[in-house]
Design a protein around this ligand. Structure first.
Ligand code: ATP
Ligand code: MG
Length: 390
């Protein structure tokens, strides 16, 4: 941490040497004061991106359009962004254009929450224009300025407030919370890609249970109706789910499919629909060897976690793992028979029958109804075909 700060100060000093101002800013300063490690280090300066590129050896124009140049010092990277004000908020969304400014104050004012608007100079002096340190001490997430205006400018900030609850375990300050309640509908104008990023972060962070309570409190389910029952059920349980499991649980409760507007990856969609399928299958008879075999250990355990939240029943984790460990085969290629063995041993077999035959053999082996032995399986296959043909 100290190393990163001193490397960052190389950037601050150099910019000052050339007559510019430069500060650490935002999440990095917040996390530093909280003694937490930050993922990214932001520096704010009145030097223009072109100037930053010229002054440092190793740079990448990561977000030059928004004034950001990444500067590398040794192995660390720093996001150096020119002071800016944001103009023209369209559709309660991100700014249409950025305008640079020469004043730190203006750059800090456009930020979302007081705890995210702290700056620090190279002598470790904190610049705190909005009582961010007091809010840090009181563990409060408070919008800068008039919260209604700020959420109107960018509705995503409402979800960001909840993200910071989840990351820091803080509360949303009362006026800010009231404003979220009143403006929540504006979230529906946001692109789902941006919303999804925030949701995933909310679930990844340590205080996700607290965050979901805040969501319930602030009526977030008015926008995401598919989570209506899910949020309540989740908040009444003692278990934690990841975003995919939470999504699946909510859909199960609503007897619904994934709404079209969610821009989930194909991988996420497949996960959700598979875990849903397991939930419906195990509802009556629980986890069988064939289910654990077919869906694999990790998805079965996910389904188990969802069931813990849904039914508050005892965990079946141990028995699922035992079933998995005791499986005679873990995957189809563990079978001692395959298509070419069948073709070699059984003349005149119609190729289209092979697939179903192997599936049936697999089912029997998994359920210990057949031994996983090549000769036994060939014999079974032969009998089976004679019966079908005869
Ligand atoms: P994290 O550690 O979770 O990344 P962070 O505070 O660094 O938290 P970022 O999303 O990386 O959050 O944003 C960096 C900084 O940019 C914030 O601290 C805040 O000052 C500002 N910021 C980001 N998004 C917005 C926004 N939508 N409206 C206003 N300011 C924002
Ligand atoms: Mg960040």
């Amino acid at each position: 941490m100290e190393k990163i700060v001193s490397l960052g100060k190389i950037i601050l000093s150099k910019l000052e040497e050339f007559g510019y101002e430069a500060y650490f800013v935002g999440g990095f300063v917040r996390d530093l004061l909280l003694n937490k490690k930050s993922d990214d280090i932001d520096i704010t300066t009145n030097a223009l991106p072109e100037t930053v590129e010229k002054l440092f050896d190793k740079t990448i124009a990561t977000g030059k359009k928004y004034g950001t140049v990444t500067v590398f010092i040794e192995d660390e990277k720093f996001e150096v962004t020119t002071y800016r004000v944001e103009k023209d908020y369209l559709n309660h969304r991100r700014p249409e254009s950025v305008l640079y400014t020469n004043h730190l104050e203006e750059d800090l004012k456009r930020r979302d929450f007081t705890i995210n608007a702290l700056a620090m100079d190279r002598f470790d002096k904190i610049i705190d224009l909005f009582q961010g340190q007091a809010d840090l001490n009181n563990k409060l997430i408070r919008a800068i300025g008039n919260p209604d205006e700020r959420f109107n400018e960018d509705a995503l900030r409402m979800l960001r407030a909840i993200r910071f609850v989840s990351k820091l375990g803080f509360s949303v300050e009362e006026k800010t919370a009231e404003s979220i309640r009143n403006n929540i509908e504006k979230i529906s104008h946001l692109s789902n890609e941006r919303v999804l990023v925030e949701f995933k972060k909310i679930f990844k962070n340590s205080y996700n249970k607290e965050a979901l309570k805040v969501m319930e409190n602030l009526n977030v389910a008015e926008i995401f109706r598919e989570f209506n029952q899910g949020i309540r059920v989740y908040n009444n349980s003692n278990y934690e789910l990841n975003f995919i499991e939470f999504f699946t649980m909510s859909l199960f409760l609503e007897n619904a499919v994934i709404p079209d507007y969610w821009r989930l990856s194909n991988y996420d969609r497949l996960m959700i629909s598979t875990i849903l399928e397991i939930l419906y299958k195990v509802r009556d008879n629980g986890f069988t060897p064939y289910i654990v075999y077919s869906y694999g250990l990790s998805k079965s355990l996910s389904a188990n976690r969802v069931r813990l939240v849904l039914y508050n029943s005892p965990s079946e984790e141990f028995s699922i793992k035992t079933i998995f460990n005791n499986l005679v085969i873990k995957k189809r290629s563990d079978l001692k028979i395959n298509g070419s063995i069948i073709k070699k041993n059984i003349k005149n077999i119609e190729p289209k029958k092979i697939g179903n035959l192997i599936m049936e053999i697999e089912y029997h082996v998994v359920n210990n109804l057949l031994k996983n032995d090549e000769l036994d399986l060939i014999k079974y296959a032969r009998n089976k075909l004679e019966n079908i043909n005869g």
